[in-house]
Design a protein around this ligand. Structure first.
Ligand code: R5P
Length: 293
């Protein structure tokens, strides 16, 4: 297998190559003056299985999706036998249902486009909803970075911390963290107005007084969910509040809002390279790719 460095995940792809021993294929890329993307494989993939590592987080998530599709096409046209897309953050994964009449299912559209471009196999990390993958037109799997994030906190001395999910749907995430942290687990209730996007969070029967709490979520976008959760936890007497997320999109001033709300540290992964990407996905992805060949 060879590992192709998608322009959005160059460092991660190089780490994966180093950890797997699979040769790295660099990519030359540019954006034309009119905004269109150009990519070119700078290596030979004839007769090879390839894994293209390319996250599709903002900014430019549409452009990054197209770069991924163009790389798959380039790989197939130059003789790759099988193309696995390794997409640490999959854009549009939250539009996985027709929530309102007249909507489409964006994530399924994306998957069909990627299939048409030449992708045969798909690997992602903590997709928003795992059942989504069953609708994809190729074998698809989601890995979980939550144990690695929880381990980051253990190494910082927070063994035994309370793992909190900011909504019931993400409780599986908190439970995975709890297995590593070894403390209690709980959740807040969150409801979202589908027209305004406004959310309301409530807590029932949470016992967090004087405890260290780590809020765990798949995505932080505007930070509203984490800020709301922090407010409730601090009102209920939590002593220290941290936050671990897989995909720290941190749109606008989300990072500042979260820290201003009393969260002591935000820990994310390099599915979204940036100031909070403190946990690398390279070991997780490398292990999965080694198991796939
Ligand atoms: C939604 O259900 C997700 O799991 C996240 O909780 C959500 O995307 C976070 O968004 P925001 O940071 O804008 O509250």
């Amino acid at each position: 297998m060879k590992v192709i460095s998608g322009p959005a995940s160059k460092e991660l792809a190089e780490e994966v190559s180093a950890q797997t021993g699979f040769p790295n294929v660099p990519v030359l890329s540019k954006v034309f003056p009119d905004g269109e993307s150009y990519v070119r494989l700078d290596g030979n993939v004839q007769g090879e299985e390839v894994a293209i590592v390319q996250t599709t987080c903002p900014p430019m998530q549409d452009g990054r999706l197209f770069q991924l599709a163009f790389l798959a096409d380039a790989a197939k046209r130059t003789g790759a036998t099988k193309v696995t897309a390794v997409v640490p953050y999959l854009a549009y994964a939250r539009q996985d249902k027709m929530f309102l009449a007249g909507e489409g299912i964006s994530v399924e559209t994306i998957a069909r486009m990627l299939k048409a471009a030449g992708i045969d196999h798909f690997l992602t990390v903590n997709i928003h909803s795992e059942p989504t993958l069953k609708q994809f037109p190729f074998p698809a799997k989601t890995l979980s970075a939550i144990p690695a994030i929880a381990d980051y906190f253990v190494k910082k001395g927070y063994k035994g911390a309370f793992a909190l999910s900011p909504d019931k749907g993400a409780m599986y995430i908190a439970r995975q963290a709890q297995e590593v942290l070894g403390g209690d687990v709980g959740y807040l209730s969150k409801t979202r107005d589908r027209y305004t996007g406004q959310t309301v969070q409530t807590a029932e029967g949470l016992k967090v007084k004087d405890k260290t709490v780590i809020i765990l979520d798949d995505i932080i976008s505007t930070g509203g969910t984490i800020v709301g959760a922090a407010k409730i936890l601090l009102e209920q007497g939590a002593k220290h509040v941290f936050c671990g997320c897989v995909h720290g999109l941190l749109i606008g001033n989300a990072e500042k809002r979260i820290l201003d709300a009393g969260i002591e540290e935000i820990v994310g992964t390099n599915s979204v390279p940036g100031s909070v990407s403190k946990v690398s996905l390279a070991p997780l992805i490398s292990q999965a790719l080694k198991g796939a060949v």
